[in-house]
Design a protein around this ligand. Structure first.
Ligand SMILES: [Fe+2]
Length: 209
């Protein structure tokens, strides 16, 4: 049986422009909480399944644990994508002719239009995330709003660029109404190489493969 226990990943991330180390440290702790809670839910569900059945009395607790999986799993995984696409001393735009820029141009007509769309998704009111996905079936990029961690994710699509816009991502550095400033800072620290490495993983050419 494959182990259900997830380990908190370490991200050697500090010295970003406009996103303080204090914010990052607090954010790593929050992320660690999602890993722990994901493990805890899996343990609780495994405990119920131990006797091979989910009986009537167990059903309410089982249902609640199972419903919460979407929140905790996505809270864990999206933070890994988010930290994974940041780096210090970066540039706000990918190189001309790079794979990501080409994909954005093919999907949106121009990189600038893609960027306007992505940034505007990030500025939407509410608590959640802005995600740029790749449809593995045709290579098209599309930008999506995710409410909380789990509402709006597209099954089988490949997350390419992930931006946390919960207030905890910037509240130590900016006022709640200054989210656009945080979004500019996010772009100034984007690891475009990491983003490009996520495009079309080898051997995967369709959503369902
Ligand atoms: Fe977060």
């Amino acid at each position: 049986m494959v182990s259900q226990t997830y380990k908190t990943k370490e991200f050697a991330l500090s010295g970003l422009a406009g996103i303080s180390d204090k914010t990052l440290e607090m954010h790593f702790k929050l992320y660690d909480g999602y890993v722990k809670e994901t493990n805890r839910l899996n343990e609780k569900i495994a405990e119920i399944l131990k006797d091979g059945k989910v009986d009537h009395e167990e059903m309410p607790a089982y249902s609640e644990f199972t419903r919460r999986l979407g929140f905790e799993y996505n809270g864990m995984v999206l933070h890994e994508y988010y930290f994974g696409n940041l780096r210090p001393k970066s540039v706000p735009e990918p190189d001309k002719g790079s794979a990501f820029r080409k994909a954005a141009e093919q999907s949106f007509g121009s990189f600038e239009t893609w960027k306007t769309d992505f940034m505007s998704v990030g500025k939407m009111r509410g608590v959640g995330w802005a995600l740029c996905y790749e449809d593995l079936e045709n290579g098209r990029l599309s930008n999506h709003w995710i409410t909380l961690h789990e509402v709006g994710n597209v099954a089988g699509f490949n997350p390419i660029l992930v931006m946390d816009v919960w207030e905890h991502a910037f509240l130590l550095d900016y006022k709640p109404a200054e989210r656009p400033k945080y979004i500019d800072a996010f772009f100034a620290n984007l690891d475009w190489k990491a983003v490009e490495q996520r495009l079309r993983p080898a051997g995967r050419k369709s959503r369902a493969a």
